[in-house]
Design a protein around this ligand. Structure first.
Ligand code: CA
Length: 230
């Protein structure tokens, strides 16, 4: 596995230096840019595996640049994590709507940053052989088949574990019961669609013990969505 190249676009020197240090310690290969102009130059030289992009930058803002990249066939598949000092929920939604893969509010811990980067790289297929899937504070250990929230381990059945694995690797999208059946149980298994509702109910009950039942959302007339955004 090659060391993933990460383009860091951040105008504040101290934060940029901190990000570079954290990434190097986590065995990534960071490339630094102080604004989108420098970032564009770096892109012309090499396509990174991921871009860490500050929202507020001098000149063309991070969010505007991300929007432009997502329209370019050459660049649109590069995963982007937006960094922002703003914590408004509508900013988060806007960030994800323009095609950013994740969104982090400053200040964040180095550990959280690395976990989010790995999660995005894994989802985009750039990081193979990683045994944990992280989404927010949910962690799925795919070797131990364990699900935890923070340091609390959750008691889930094998079916609920598979459902969570599917949801955590496919967040923010709506799936019909038929699609969930195909994806989680497999086409060859005959299960009635309402069985899914039973498992969803159980999963919500487990999550509700941690006040996280809103992660599994019912989309009336269509199916279910798993999302950190309410
Ligand atoms: Ca900034």
């Amino acid at each position: 596995m090659h060391n993933c190249n990460i383009l860091v676009v951040e105008d504040e020197d101290a934060i940029r230096a901190m990000l570079i240090m954290v990434l190097e310690q986590a065995n990534f290969t960071p490339v630094a840019a102080a604004d989108t102009q420098e970032a564009q130059k770096a892109l012309n030289e090499a396509i990174p595996d991921l871009i860490l992009l500050d929202w507020m930058l001098p000149g063309i803002s991070g969010v505007e640049w991300a929007r432009r990249l997502k329209k370019e066939p050459m660049y649109r598949d590069i995963p982007i994590i937006l960094l922002t000092a703003r914590g408004e929920e509508e900013d988060k939604v806007r960030g994800l709507e323009i095609g950013a893969d994740d969104y982090m509010t400053k200040p964040f811990s180095p550990k959280e940053l690395v976990a989010r980067i790995r999660a995005v790289l894994r989802r985009s297929g750039k990081l193979q052989g990683v045994s944990t899937i992280v989404l927010g504070d949910l962690v799925l250990d795919t070797e131990q088949h364990r699900l935890s929230i923070g340091d609390q381990q959750l008691e889930v059945s094998p079916t609920e574990y598979r459902l969570m694995q599917f949801f955590m690797t496919h967040p923010d999208k709506v799936y019909s019961r038929t699609q969930l059946l195909d994806q989680v149980w497999g086409r060859s298994v005959y299960i009635e669609e309402r069985t899914i509702d039973v498992h969803i109910r159980r999963l919500r009950k487990i999550l509700s013990e941690y006040n996280r039942e809103e992660l599994v959302q019912t989309v009336r007339g269509f199916g279910y969505r798993f999302s950190l955004i309410e």
